[in-house]
Design a protein. Structure first.
Length: 427
């Protein structure tokens, strides 16, 4: 079956107010539309210092847009900026087709992709907060319809419209309260899980970065190399926002050191504030990480802008003062050598095992730098401790004495304190 037959034809529109970033922004908008099962048949742009407060585009451009809609037979327009309720209403009235803005488009994508209960609640909360200030658009349309079809007086119809508006508003506000309550309960469960992980003193590493930069591919590669046999792969698709739910996997390096790796939701420029706020609990994996790995599509000419967007979004959700390394991914699409390390930056390719192993080495340097080398004298009747050390730590040396086994190992702070009484102070 030809998948293009199932795509919704759309026209994308945008105002060129910022020449340095406009082309990139429009390319991204078209990619977002495609990620929402839409086919962009035409793009209209206009250079204005500021949007028309009534119709976004100027009058002449609205007429051109209307003709394009008719000629191309589209039923949806997608705008590159967030529109006011009156702009939406006026453009729809002029073109007689549906229009959604960039925020609405991203919200639709998130709503279609959310899988877990928490992700669905987070998206619903974002949509409700987005709809709340726009209620009067639909209320006004309803009022117009009532006024036009009623045989009674205008004041009666106006009162009915206002009552409906208030009812709709209360319904939304009540639902927002309910969803917030459910999210708090879900967040408590996640916090409990994180506290349990913290008690184990297992370091946590979070993959962050622009959507479609290759985070999930890196995650799967690391699972293949260092995960348990029953570790599940995460979904990978060459599409913006292919995954929304955070995945966490425990990885064990050849020297017995273990860490938790999480694959977080990707970012995009002009990510709606409602979504950033709603997904704070999901992004808590990044906020509580010991190390962030920012994954960047090194082959994309707009990579610097992507890095800036990621850092701004992290700052908005309160993620700062956490050490970060940068994985400059997709080097296999370029004519350059990889893996190549430049300080805390790694030029790499996610499908390449040497790249993944070098990334693991960098992670190891950063998250295990505080490990302590200790020599422990373990009595022969404490064989379980020796077994634990062999299974869970890096053993540097093992000797045998009359009164026990001397094990020299690299220990984390928890194990160092746990076995403190066996510490060998003199050789």
């Amino acid at each position: 079956m030809d998948l293009t037959q199932t795509l919704t034809p759309v026209v994308t529109i945008g105002l060129n107010q910022h020449p340095n970033s406009f082309d990139y922004s429009m390319t991204e908008l078209n990619n977002l539309a495609e990620a929402n099962n839409m086919k962009v048949v035409e793009t209209l742009i206009q250079k204005l210092d500021r949007p028309d407060p009534a119709t976004y585009f100027g009058k002449g451009k609205i007429e051109e847009l209307t003709q394009v809609v008719i000629d191309d037979g589209v039923d949806t327009i997608v705008a590159n900026d967030e529109l006011s309720p009156s702009q939406i209403r006026n453009i729809e009235k002029a073109t007689r087709v549906r229009i959604i803005d960039r925020t609405g488009l991203i919200l639709e994508i998130f709503a279609n992709r959310a899988q877990s209960r928490e992700a669905k609640l987070q998206v619903e909360l974002a949509k409700l907060k987005y709809q709340l200030p726009r209620l009067h658009t639909s209320a006004s349309q309803r009022l117009d319809q009532q006024t036009g079809t009623s045989s009674g007086g205008g004041f009666t119809n106006r009162g009915a419209g206002e009552s409906q508006y208030e009812l709709n508003r209360r319904t939304l506000e009540n639902r927002i309260t309910h969803v917030n309550r459910e999210l708090k309960e879900s967040s408590k469960a996640d916090q409990t899980k994180r506290k349990q992980r913290d008690k184990s003193d297992t370091p946590t590493v979070a993959l962050v970065g622009y959507t479609n930069a290759g985070k999930s591919t890196i995650m799967n590669g690391m699972i293949n190399l260092f995960g348990d046999n029953d570790d599940k792969q995460v979904m990978v698709k060459d599409m913006l926002f292919a995954t929304l739910d955070t995945s966490v996997r425990k990885l064990s390096l050849p020297d017995q050191k273990s860490f938790l790796l999480s694959d977080t939701v990707g970012f995009v420029s002009q990510l709606p504030h409602q979504l950033v706020q709603a997904f704070k609990s999901t992004l808590a994996e990044a906020a509580n990480a010991d190390l962030l790995v920012q994954v960047v599509d090194y082959s994309d000419p707009h990579r610097e802008m992507m890095i800036k967007t990621t850092e701004e979004t992290l700052k908005e959700i309160g993620v700062d003062n956490i050490p970060m390394v940068v994985a400059l991914n997709k080097a296999d699409k370029m004519d350059i050598a990889y893996p190549t390390r430049e300080g805390d930056n790694l030029i790499m390719a996610a499908p390449d095992q040497p790249s993944l192993k070098e990334l693991a080495n960098i992670i190891k340097e950063k998250v295990f730098k505080d490990y302590q080398t200790r020599s422990l004298l373990i009595p022969f009747d404490k064989g379980d401790i020796v077994s634990y050390l062999n299974d869970n730590t890096t053993i540097l040396k093992t000797d045998y004495r009359e009164n026990g086994t001397v094990v020299t190992a690299e220990l984390n702070s928890v194990d160092a304190k746990r076995f403190e009484k066996y510490l060998l102070t003199t050789e």
